[in-house]
Every structure is written in C-alpha cells, then in structure tokens.
Design a binder for this molecule. Structure first.
Ligand code: SF4
Length: 391
C-alpha cells in the first residue's frame, strides 16, 4: 500500500492552504466558516488576503511549498480575473516547487470554461469536485444546486482543459439514502474516471439545518449497521475498481494520493491563509478565528486577524502524530516515531499499543502500527488509546 505514496521528506515538508470563505448559499449539513458570495466582499477579501500573505510570508522565508490547496467555501465562485489576482498575490509572497500539487475545490455548477482556463494558466493541476451524491432527490436534501448532469459536464470540461487529476467528494449515511443508492453514487464516480475519491460519513453539526432537524427528531438517518455496510461497500467496490485506500476516508488510483492531505496525516507543516484556515509550523499551531467580517476589518485596519493558538507540547504533538498517522493505511512507523519524539511509542503511551492490538482493530506489520480493514470504520476505538492523559 505505502509504495503508492510519495515518501515523507527528510526535512519537514511544508504546504500552503488558502481558505476562500464564500458560497452562494449554505448546504443543509455544512457548518464551515463562510458568508454569501457578494461581489464587494470578494474584493475586500482579496485585498485582505494580500495583507495577510505579506504578514505571514517571512514564516516560510522562501521555503518552497510541496503543495498549494485552495479550499472553501467554494473557490470556483471567484471570477477568472479574481482567480488571476489570487494566484498573483500568492506568487508575490510565497514559492512552491515546480512539481507542487496545486489543488482547487470547485462545485460542479459553478465551474465553467473561463474559470477552468484561469485555474490552468495559474498552474492548478488538481481539481476537487463536491459531488456528494448521485441522486437528485438526495442532492436536493443536502441543499446542493447540482445534479448528475452538472457533474458530467464539469468532468468533461476539466478533461478537455487537460486536467489529469480529478477528485470527487462523496457523503454516505445520508437521510433517506439506501445501500443501493450509495452503490449507484460510487459506481457513477468511478465510471467517470476520477483519480481520487473522498468518502465521509455524514457528521451532524448542531448549528446546521440537518442538526436542527435531528434535534427535533425529524431526520430519518440510516442505522449504525447500515452505515457500516455502506463503508464496507466503499472499501470493496473501490478496491475492485482499481483504487487503493490511502486513508480512512480517501482512495486514489496509484500515484494519485493527495500530497497536500498527506501533510496533515503525517503531521508535517503547513501555513494557512484566510478566515477559517489553520496552520502548523515551527512547533506551533494556530487557526484564524473563523469570523469573516472580523478577519476583513482587522486586516483593513493594518492589524493581524484574530487567531487562536493551540498548545502543541511534546505529548500533544506525539498524540497527534499517532492519531493522524493511524488514519493512513500505511499506519505509524514505530522507528520514525522513536527518532522524532525520543522514546518508543510504548513508553509514550503505556499499554496503548497492547490494548489496540488486543481489540483486533489494529495490527503490527513491517514495523508499523496500523488499523485493520475492519478497524478503519471503528478507528476512534483505537485512537482514544493514544490521547494525551489530560484529554
Ligand atoms: S458548497 Fe461546500 S462549503 Fe459551501 S455550503 Fe455547501 S458544503 Fe459548505
């Protein structure tokens, strides 16, 4: 499995993330940091982002990024001229390798030839499409504004433009979703030839339309067994279609694992820009406070935007490395852990490995601790063993 992944860098690799906090409306399950995409706000955002880039650029001091990820929100709400400005301001302040993975997230209905051209002339080489489901009825429930036709059209446009690396996001465990409907969604995206797939179980966030319906007892969700069956179906069907499982929720054709996502799971380094972005750099981590208006006002006044710092002491960093490393099918390299943190995993988390192995949800293979195939769906039961004691 691991031979399909780019090898970890000897020096910590660094990536760049840009949060574009705009959507035309809010989907029923989404609690991301975002505001309605109004022209005046887009302009203020680009000016503020330039100031934040200027402030943070010295942290990378010309260190080239292995990946650039423009996420949202919906970056494809930007017009072609605004896309050019976004990349120009990034180029003024940061560097990325010529072979860097450059991803942009897009929604099928907002992607057109003009935007695609703008992405390509700015070096975008990977597109992540929010497909989510294949059935118009389910998409309506999710508050999505696209159907299967828009997905087909977006894929055809992207291929015509020359993009060779397309990723699709899917969600399972949706209200009213049957196992057969889930199969149909998986078969549709594999049939369209996506190189990479993310499939996440629905998470109910209290401050969403779904969260409120659930609290009122009006959201008919599939049972736990059915959701587990959907996950196993994804594992089987995608393996049969030539995808390798890279991580609990991510599958890729060989050579198409996301370099940027690997930064997160391998607890490497990244710098985030934008009102909902997080950063992990130089032994520290912080996130922008998630308030778009406060972000814009602070930067317009020449101040840094409000940020929250996390505590990243040794044990917390070690815990993150194991918990995120376990998400990867390659698992946690025990020698690398000892070299990085100065003690064996077993001493950092006494008894945890033994209990994880005894549960049958984890295994030791080739000097790595990793989840079993069954353990992927029940990963939290293993990860909880590796939380720092105070958690
Ligand atoms: S398009 Fe994506 S970011 Fe925007 S509201 Fe829907 S789920 Fe959230």
């Amino acid at each position: 499995m691991s031979e399909a992944l780019p090898a970890p860098a000897v020096e910590p690799a660094v990536g760049l993330y840009v949060h574009v906090p705009f959507c035309h409306h809010r989907c029923t399950y989404c609690d991301f940091v975002l505001v309605p995409a109004r022209e005046a706000l887009l302009e203020r955002y680009l000016a503020a982002l330039e100031r934040e880039a200027e402030e943070l650029a010295p942290l990378l001091a010309g260190r080239p990024a292995v990946s650039l990820y423009v996420g949202g929100g919906t970056p494809s709400v930007l017009r072609p001229g605004q896309i050019d400005r976004l990349f120009a301001l990034l180029r003024r302040h940061f560097a990325w390798l010529p072979e860097a993975e450059v991803t942009v997230e897009a929604n099928p209905e907002s992607l057109d030839a003009g935007r695609l051209e703008a992405f390509l002339r700015n070096g975008v080489n990977r597109l992540s499409l929010g497909v989510q489901a294949w059935q118009p009825e389910l998409l309506r429930r999710l508050g999505r504004r696209h159907g299967p036709e828009e997905v087909r059209r977006a894929v055809a446009l992207a291929r015509q433009a020359g993009l060779a690396n397309l990723s699709a996001d899917l969600i399972f465990g949706l209200p009213g979703q049957s196992l057969e409907a889930w199969r149909e969604s998986l078969e549709a995206v594999t049939g369209l030839g996506f190189e990479h797939l993310s499939a996440y179980a629905l998470e109910l966030e209290p401050a969403t339309a779904f969260g409120r319906l659930h609290a009122a007892g009006r959201l008919p969700l599939p049972g736990e067994e059915e959701v587990a069956a959907m996950y196993r179906l994804a594992q089987r069907l995608l393996a049969g279609a030539g995808y390798r499982q890279v991580e609990i929720s991510n599958w890729a054709r060989p050579g198409f694992a996301s370099r940027h996502n690997l930064l997160y799971w391998r607890t490497e380094e990244w710098l985030g820009l934008g009102p909902g972005a997080a950063s992990r750099l130089g032994g520290a981590e912080w996130s922008d406070a998630g308030d778009v208006e406060a972000y814009l006002r602070a930067l317009e006044a020449g101040q840094p935007p409000p940020r929250e710092a996390g505590a990243l002491d040794g044990l917390r960093a070690a815990s993150d490395a194991v918990i995120l490393g376990l998400r990867l099918r390659e698992g946690v390299d025990l020698d690398a852990f000892r070299r990085r943190f100065g003690l064996p995993l077993e001493e950092a988390f006494p008894g945890a490995t033994e209990r994880a192995l005894a549960s049958g949800l984890a295994e030791l293979r080739g000097g790595r601790l990793r989840l079993t195939e069954e353990g992927c769906f029940l990963a939290n039961r293993v990860m909880v063993e590796f939380l720092p004691p105070a958690s």
